[in-house]
Write a protein that binds this ligand. Structure first.
Ligand code: SF4
Ligand code: SF4
Length: 354
């Protein structure tokens, strides 16, 4: 079923005006989204994919927004993150901020909301930064009803400094993904450079320590494993060893659908590495050990090609998998890629979801 929702508005509300020249994230596309022009995220107006009570900490009423400024190989929310290129996306569409604010608070206070301990509105995606003016409007409306309403912002960190300041002005808590430390691995995994992410992680860690729920590190065997995890942990520990860190066990999804999940010993090893780096507040979660469907010999020719472009082990592997999925620009850089609006990766149809 093809999603058939309105992606343009006849009379956009004033709070969306800045989408006429969008520079919300570090791609700084400058396109007029309200006139239908597309940047890297390929989103026009803010669209909600779904909303639901969510029991994962911090327990919340979660609003999943469609679209993303990254093109991560193993995206677990690929149907909504890669809308409008995913054939099977089913979205709610544009929802009035006042209505969604009211519904969120009502659901948090409902018997089920109380049962799971939900206490905040959680903006996720996709990447909520690409719809920041809409998020701000929902928060404003929610706080008109309840000035103490709590809000979590879940991000990949690739926002401008100006956008980050805005997020910090309203967020009660922040969940922040650090997908790699080395630029090569970050580009190969996400299609984007790492520098803005590390810059923003440091700003949050230094200036909003009390609101950082946790840094999240997705552990992908052979890609983001011992070497990369060690570099991320050293970076975090150099800021403050007490910063909270959660390792997430990778589950095969999207263009890494035939790849394998992070095994239990690797998750335990990551915790050990983090402790050796001096981090004091570490845990891991997820479902480890999902089996592989791909053979090393299938990967080998792509890795040989990728090794001429990337040097780090994890980047060679991720670059090879990106090539297999149809990514044509290496090192990956979706913002400057000639093919960003006809990207095969965004249309990838996985053979399994885990
Ligand atoms: S990728 Fe970022 S800067 Fe470009 S249009 Fe989307 S939100 Fe705006
Ligand atoms: S083809 Fe271009 S836009 Fe698509 S993932 Fe590769 S670098 Fe990014």
């Amino acid at each position: 079923m093809r999603c058939s929702i309105a992606t343009e508005m006849e009379n956009p509300p004033p709070y969306l005006k800045e989408l006429e020249s969008c520079e919300l994230c570090e791609w700084r596309c400058g396109v007029n989204r309200l006139a239908g022009e597309l940047g890297v995220c390929r989103m026009t107006i803010p669209l909600v994919a779904s909303c639901q009570l969510h029991p994962a900490p911090p327990q919340s009423y979660t609003i999943f927004l469609a679209g993303c400024n990254f093109r991560c190989l193993g995206c677990q929310n690929n149907i909504i993150a890669h809308y409008p290129d995913q054939e099977y996306a089913v979205l709610e569409g544009f929802l009035d901020p006042q209505l969604i604010a009211r519904e969120s608070l009502m659901m948090i206070r409902s018997p089920m909301g109380r049962l799971i301990g939900a206490d905040r509105i959680f903006f996720s995606g996709g990447e909520p930064t690409i719809h920041l003016p809409y998020v701000e409007e929902v928060v404003r409306r929610a706080r008109e009803i309840d000035p103490q309403a709590k809000v979590n912002f879940d991000t990949n960190g690739f926002m401008t400094k100006e956008s980050l300041r805005r997020v910090l002005s309203f967020a009660t808590s922040i969940t922040f993904d650090i997908k790699a430390y080395s630029d090569e691995v970050h580009r190969a995994v996400t299609g984007a450079p790492v520098e803005p992410v590390l810059r923003n992680a440091e700003i949050v860690a230094r200036e909003a320590r009390d609101r950082l729920w946790e840094f999240r590190i997705l552990v992908i065997p052979g890609i983001v494993d011992e070497e990369e995890v060690s570099a991320i942990c050293e970076f975090i520990a150099s800021i403050d060893p007490s910063l909270p860190v959660c390792f997430l066990a990778f589950r095969p999804n999207f263009a890494l659908d035939k790849y394998w999940g992070a095994p239990l010993p690797l998750m335990e090893k990551c915790v050990e590495i983090a402790a050796k780096c001096g981090l004091e507040n570490i845990h891991w979660s997820g479902h480890p050990g999902i089996r592989r469907l791909i053979k090393e010999e299938d990967l080998a020719p792509y890795e040989q090609k990728a090794s001429k472009i990337y040097s780090r082990k994890g980047a060679v592997r991720a670059g090879a998998l990106a090539m297999m999925a149809g990514c044509v620009t290496h090192p990956r850089s979706c913002g400057s890629c000639f093919n960003k609006h006809a990207c095969a990766l965004k249309k990838y149809q996985p053979v399994r979801w885990t």
